[in-house]
Design a protein around this ligand. Structure first.
Ligand SMILES: CC(C)(COP(=O)([O-])OP(=O)([O-])OC[C@H]1O[C@@H](n2cnc3c(N)ncnc32)[C@H](O)[C@@H]1OP(=O)([O-])[O-])[C@@H](O)C(=O)NCCC(=O)NCCSC(=O)C[C@@](C)(O)CC(=O)[O-]
Ligand SMILES: NC(=O)C1=CN([C@@H]2O[C@H](COP(=O)(O)OP(=O)(O)OC[C@H]3O[C@@H](n4cnc5c(N)ncnc54)[C@H](OP(=O)(O)O)[C@@H]3O)[C@@H](O)[C@H]2O)C=CC1
Length: 376
């Protein structure tokens, strides 16, 4: 799959439980090195399940490529000339990928922007392509390269970059769910989760951590299914910048008429079932089989539901007992192994760390020494 290979780095693959999505029960494969992520997703999915689970939707799988044109004398004039050539340019793009057109995809639309930059004004053409069940980077990049010469003729400039944008804001997935107030811990917990979400909306320092919590779930499913984690993460972070230029929360929390918590999440989700590593990696193929999804859109929606669940589990912990008890008790295994515990010593050392509520390397070493000295 890559170059100069010397080995394979194994990442644990877990299965999150309790997910009901659009009325169907789903087992979710998650690949991550971080303890408590799978448990947390399963935990919030359990709470959502009581009120019907997650509801999801998504836009069509439209990816965009950008063609940058430099040295244009009249950028505004070039913009209109390119828009006039819409039909010709879309036809040329489709001729590049007849198989995709046969599958029901292909070039759908174009837009042209004039971007003010330090050296001057660039004409930037966006080519929008329905990529069906692919992530679509290669498909749109090939189309962008195929039409670039004609674009520079029309714009009367020089085509430079011809590449997709990872700000995939024409390919959005959405999830929402109701979380029962009593199961969450009561009205105070709902109120405080809403406060937690509001701080993330208002403060970029908190938003970064809040969104990292969402991506704990999202990246794990993206990786498990052989998709491009960097593409999804850059899409998420670029989407988190509002029209005012401020970085904010990707999810939103409110209280419904019955006092329950409602959560919503919407973000770009450029994932595929074909292409990239998805069909090449045997574990990724098994992960997709386990999910039982038939289209890239369905996959994008499941991933978004997991992101919302992950977010709610973390906020609930933060708004109540704090993150450390649940997270550190599951992290205790790593601490015990780092301190040198063998497979047979591990269960006893972990139990002591959790019981003592001190999940630290020095304490693990002390517990291990006591165990080896025959002291309980
Ligand atoms: C850790 C829990 C789930 C414990 O939760 P708990 O309430 O102590 O455990 P429980 O035994 O009552 O279990 C509740 C459910 O959790 C699941 N569960 C519970 N334990 C396991 C396990 N061992 N293996 C598999 N699943 C487990 C399981 O689904 C179980 O229900 P069941 O299905 O059994 O009826 C809870 O404390 C929690 O959700 N904590 C949040 C942890 C978290 O968010 N971790 C992510 C890492 S921290 C981070 O990077 C993000 C952050 C926090 O910075 C983001 C932010 O700031 O917003
Ligand atoms: N900035 C970024 O994010 C970039 C990412 N990448 C990488 O690109 C890869 C993803 O590109 P992608 O274009 O998805 O992958 P591929 O080009 O590997 O696969 C997509 C191809 O699969 C074929 N195909 C078969 N069945 C279908 C179907 N049902 N729907 C759609 N296509 C189908 C089509 O080829 P055909 O028409 O020939 O049949 C399509 O072009 C990832 O590895 C990613 O890491 C690459 C460059 C930049």
């Amino acid at each position: 799959m890559i170059e100069n290979v010397v080995g394979v780095l194994g990442v644990p693959l877990g299965v999150a439980t309790n997910f009901t999505i659009n009325g169907d029960d789903v087992l979710v494969p998650m690949a991550t090195e971080e303890p408590s992520v799978v448990a947390a997703a399963s935990n919030a999915a359990r709470i959502a399940r009581a009120a019907g689970g997650f509801h999801t939707s998504s836009s069509r799988p439209i990816m965009q490529a950008q063609i940058q044109v430099v040295d244009v004398e009249d950028p505004e004039g070039a913009r209109l000339r390119l828009l006039d050539a819409r039909a010709e340019l879309l036809r040329m793009a489709d001729e590049q990928d007849p198989q995709l057109v046969e599958l029901g995809g292909g070039a759908r639309e174009l837009s042209v922007r004039v971007v003010e930059a330090r050296p001057g004004r660039y004409v930037v053409l966006h080519l929008m392509v329905d990529v069906r069940d692919a992530m679509g980077a290669n498909a749109v990049n090939s189309m962008a390269e195929a039409v670039a010469t004609r674009v520079e003729e029309i714009a009367r400039g020089r085509a430079l970059l011809r590449i997709l944008t990872n700000k995939a804001d024409t390919r959005l997935a959405r999830a929402n769910a109701v979380f029962d107030a009593a199961t969450l811990g009561g009205a105070d917990v709902v109120r405080d989760i809403v406060h937690a979400g509001a701080l993330a909306e208002a403060d970029p320092y908190r938003a970064a951590t809040h969104n990292k919590g969402i991506l704990n779930g999202i990246t794990a499913v993206v990786l498990a299914t052989g998709n491009d984690t960097r593409a999804v993460e850059s899409g998420a972070h670029s989407h988190a910048v509002g029209s005012d230029g401020r970085y904010t929360a990707l999810s939103h929390f409110e209280t419904d008429a019955d006092g329950n918590l409602t959560g919503t999440l919407e973000l770009p989700m450029p994932v595929g079932l074909v292409g990239g590593a998805t069909k090449v990696h045997p574990a990724a193929r098994s992960a997709v089989r386990l999910l039982g999804v038939a289209t890239a859109q369905q996959l994008s929606e499941v991933i978004t539901a997991v992101g919302l669940a992950q977010n709610v589990a973390a906020l609930r912990a933060l708004a109540t007992e704090g993150i450390q008890r649940g997270h550190m008790s599951l992290h205790a295994r790593n601490v015990a192994v780092s301190a040198g515990a063998s497979a047979t010593e591990l269960p006893q050392v972990v139990s002591r760390l959790v019981a003592d509520r001190v999940v630290r390397a020095d304490h693990a070493e002390r517990v291990l020494a006591e165990l080896r000295a025959g002291r309980p």
